[in-house]
Design a protein around this ligand. Structure first.
Ligand SMILES: C[S@@+](CC[C@H](N)C(=O)[O-])C[C@H]1O[C@@H](n2cnc3c(N)ncnc32)[C@H](O)[C@@H]1O
Length: 456
């Protein structure tokens, strides 16, 4: 019999297994007209595999289900080059000559977005219609969030969410000239085709669905990295942090190939891994959260740090924060399933130093403890951080439940994603609180022996 594991490692392993083992209901949707059309269209372009069918899964939504068991190292999907939508496709299309003429050259991302928007606009007449028809109508990435929803995100994420929205807005306003140059292709005024809404949809389609594929630089495109390929059908594969796959374009078969590392049972969802991303990154880049994500962390931003540490002398605090910043110890401070990160505890130990202990800062940066009472101070501060962040989560969750009651379907979807993130973070904080409280107990005897002043 296998030895039962307790503690953090076991919890982490259990979380890792979760994508595959929880009871999930699935319904195939391969008979739906848009998928029948897409399969037919892809077959004409050389896709032959019948291993995967589109299905709706109760936990992840739309994805791909295996019809046969997939063994370790088997091909999951092999998508011929002809089925890939890349900047080469765009340059060969009706938009190509306009891109070639436009100065300064457009970015690969803008070229793909302009093509997606045009194809969606052309509807029945579009060559890529079968693909466009299965793309989501909208996304739950922060580019779609109102200020009200952005304010419900953890502080460490809301800034990045605002940035994403600003990036898309700026791309739209800076591309108006290029869009105008495409007018000869359209009967309607281009302003009604290349709207901000259309660009946001295309931007999110590229950001959430492209696979990584390096392309040679084209003299007609700007120098920004050209690593995108839209991969119809293959892009129905959802993410699971525990799954490992090998994915790349094969110059031998001239197909984009995904090979399974662990294999997959029959009639289960075939997953890939988008990368070892934490939940905040998944929400930002892909508009979803993976419950039980072993890579997930709670970030402690500077504002939260300042709220929770008791340093009465404001000059001393400013000096310490400056020092932490100079030594790159103010960013990436996290609490994970393994407890507070080494960086966070090191930052707290530095903040805990009394003036006479400043000469020890180098050893603290190397991970050394300065004294028992400073260690207690740091653990107490970490506990206050947990408490503060948990209160913040509770407040946000209350607000989400109030808003959900009167929200339309689209806002409900956005709120559900934010709620999931907040709940996952609350779970991590609860675990950290337990760990820190038991650490506090271990340190307690010394505290009882000597009455230390915990404030610096
Ligand atoms: C490449 S697409 C995968 C197919 C997608 N579900 C669809 O219906 O088109 C990426 C998007 O799928 C969704 N997704 C991927 N993995 C997911 C997961 N584990 N749970 C929930 N949604 C997921 C997210 O909306 C993400 O932006």
């Amino acid at each position: 019999m296998r030895r039962k594991q307790h503690g953090r490692r076991a919890r982490k392993k259990k979380r890792k297994r979760e994508c595959r083992e929880t009871t999930v209901k699935s319904v195939t949707i391969s008979h739906e007209p848009q998928f029948v059309a897409l399969r037919r269209w892809l077959q004409q372009r050389g896709l032959s595999s019948k291993l995967l069918v589109p299905a709706h899964f109760s936990d992840t939504g739309r994805g791909l289900m295996t019809l046969q068991p997939i063994k370790a190292d088997d091909l999951v999907i092999s998508l011929p080059e002809k089925c890939l939508l890349t900047t080469s496709t765009v340059l060969r299309s009706y938009i190509g000559e306009y891109i070639e003429r436009w100065k300064p050259p457009v970015s690969p991302l803008l070229a793909l977005c302009a093509f997606l928007i045009s194809e969606r606009h052309f509807g029945q007449r579009a060559e890529w219609k079968p693909y466009i028809d299965v793309l989501p109508q909208k996304y739950t990435c922060p580019a779609y969030f109102s200020d009200e929803v952005i304010n419900l995100l953890p502080r460490s994420l809301s800034g990045k969410a605002l940035e994403q929205r600003a990036v898309v807005q700026e791309l739209h306003s800076s591309s108006l000239g290029f869009f105008s140059s495409l007018q000869p292709l359209f009967r309607q005024p281009v302003e009604s085709v290349f709207t901000y809404d259309a660009l946001r949809w295309a931007w999110c389609s590229v950001n959430t669905r492209t696979v990584y594929m390096e392309h040679q630089h084209s003299p007609y495109m700007s120098r920004e990295r050209n690593v995108y390929a839209l991969a119809p059908y293959l892009d129905l594969l959802n993410h699971c942090p525990a799954v490992q796959v090998k994915a790349s374009f094969s110059h031998v078969s001239r197909c984009y190939e995904i090979r399974s590392v662990q294999g997959c049972k029959r009639f289960q969802q075939a997953f890939i891994c988008y990368g070892p991303h934490d939940n905040q990154r998944l929400l930002l880049e892909y508009g979803f959260v993976a419950p039980g994500n072993p890579h997930s962390v709670v970030y402690v931003d500077q504002g939260t740090l300042q709220q929770c540490i008791c340093i009465r002398d404001s000059n001393q605090l400013a000096q310490k924060l400056l020092f932490l910043k100079k030594n790159d110890f103010l960013a990436n401070l996290t609490l994970s399933l393994d407890g507070p990160s080494w960086r966070l505890m090191t930052a707290l130990r530095l903040l805990s130093l009394r003036t006479e202990q400043y000469p020890f800062w180098k050893s603290v940066l190397l991970g050394e403890m300065v004294s028992q009472d400073r260690e207690e101070w740091s653990v107490d501060a970490a506990l206050r951080l947990c408490h503060y962040l948990m209160v913040d989560n509770t407040r946000a969750l209350d607000k989400i439940s109030q808003l959900t009651e009167r929200a339309d379907a689209s806002l409900k979807e956005q709120l559900a994603v934010v709620e999931c993130l907040r709940r996952e973070e609350q779970g991590i904080l609860g675990l950290n609180q337990e760990m820190l409280q038991s650490l506090q107990k271990q340190l307690l005897p010394s505290r009882q022996n000597s009455m230390h002043n915990l404030a610096v």
